[in-house]
Ligand binder design. Structure first.
Ligand SMILES: NC(=O)C1=CN([C@@H]2O[C@H](COP(=O)(O)OP(=O)(O)OC[C@H]3O[C@@H](n4cnc5c(N)ncnc54)[C@H](O)[C@@H]3O)[C@@H](O)[C@H]2O)C=CC1
Ligand SMILES: [Mg+2]
Length: 341
């Protein structure tokens, strides 16, 4: 009965959808796949699959480029047969999007299978996300990051935290349910505020000891439970560098997969001209200092390799364009260079 209702509902929405834009139709389609297991199971037979192995994405190197191959359902079946595994593996995949033509995209972690066999069969390699994210085409990195984040969430939410019983994912992987307690778990992420503090003519960049040598970035911090974005921003700046924010402006946001699923909320903040002396929290930071425009422009031209000096020290460089910190720094430069002198 439920299946009939859903089929009728789908027919009605597809008629209604004739008047909708490609984007709206796509979002409605994805939502239906999340809500309806049978519909999603059927979609898996015509979808494409991105492969992971213990959360490392599968990449193919072609010339100097790293490609993110999508396997068809037929190719998936062939690989699974070759490994003497059943097609049921496909149901372990999670929905990560679809094309404008409604070809659904799934991500599947084959971590329990022999890595080298898959790699040689498909002529590529499973690559750590910390590398993969920065070598694939920039337009592919958000997809890679969110696919891995969803797979990671499922991997670490196999059991109900109330009953200890196994939880079960819906077909699309948009939730997990504990049938013993009836609790539904949804994928989670932690909000993080990232702030580029400026005193009007300089910006404040910091280093943690765990960063690659020479890399400086904007201040960041996890939001505490119950805090608003503006409260978290003011607290983090006060905690980490001892300054009081006068005003701030939202810039953009980004999903970030490290350490696991952060929602980065990026802002520009101003501190008063009278109040620019940094008092760094050395438990959290290794260095925090003001950078002038010239130094920022020089830093933007460097990366890890080119910043290394003959004596082994590193000149400052900043996060690559995949990271929202890069956007904040570029925006600050634009604002400085467009100001009337
Ligand atoms: N995409 C980008 O451009 C950038 C991203 N980031 C990301 O922002 C994240 C947070 O920045 P931090 O300055 O390290 O934060 P932070 O200043 O809040 O300090 C991290 C510490 O906060 C605690 N903490 C509180 N809530 C936590 C939670 N939900 N998850 C993990 N730890 C929590 C832990 O003790 C941890 O060691 C980093 O993991 C980093 O990957 C940071 C800078 C640039
Ligand atoms: Mg921090």
């Amino acid at each position: 009965m439920a299946a009939i209702y859903q089929a009728v509902h789908r027919r009605a929405s597809s008629l209604f959808c004739r008047f909708h834009s490609t984007y709206v139709k796509k979002m409605r389609y994805l939502n239906e796949l999340k809500e309806d297991d049978d519909f999603c199971r059927q979609a898996q037979t015509s979808g494409t699959f991105y492969l992971f192995h213990n959360l490392s994405p599968f990449l193919q190197k072609v010339g100097k480029k790293y490609l993110l191959p999508q396997l068809s359902a037929a190719e998936m079946k062939r690989i699974l047969e070759k490994m003497k595994e059943t097609e049921q593996w496909i149901e372990k995949s999670v929905l990560i999007g679809c094309s404008d033509e409604h070809v659904p995209h799934f991500a599947l972690d084959l971590g329990a299978l022999e890595k080298s066999v898959i790699e040689s069969e498909l002529q590529g390699s499973f690559t750590d996300l910390r590398k993969a994210l920065f070598v694939v085409d920039v337009k592919d990195s958000p997809l890679l990051a969110s696919a891995q984040a969803l797979l990671r969430w499922h991997e670490s939410h196999q059991y109900c935290s109330k009953t200890g019983q196994p939880t079960q994912k819906n077909l699309a992987g948009s939730k997990r349910v504990c049938h013993a307690s009836g609790i539904t778990y949804y994928p989670q992420m932690s909000p993080v505020v990232i702030t580029l503090v400026s005193d009007g003519s300089r910006c404040l960049l910091t280093r943690q000891s765990s960063f690659p040598q020479g890399m400086y970035t904007a201040l960041s911090g996890f939001c505490d439970l119950g805090e608003s974005v503006e409260e978290a921003l003011r607290r983090e700046v006060a905690e980490e560098v001892g300054l009081e924010v006068e005003s701030f402006q939202y810039s953009a946001s980004q999903h970030w997969p490290f350490p696991s699923s952060c929602l980065m909320i990026a802002c520009h903040a101003l501190v008063g001209g009278q109040q620019t002396e940094i008092s760094m929290n050395s438990l959290e930071l290794e260095e925090a200092r003001w950078f002038g425009l010239e130094e920022v422009l020089e830093g933007l031209k460097r990366d890890y390799t080119s910043s290394k000096q003959d004596d082994g020290s590193f000149l400052p460089w900043f996060p690559p364009k995949q990271a929202i910190a890069h956007k904040l720094i570029n925006e600050w430069v634009k604002q400085q260079t467009s100001r009337p002198t």
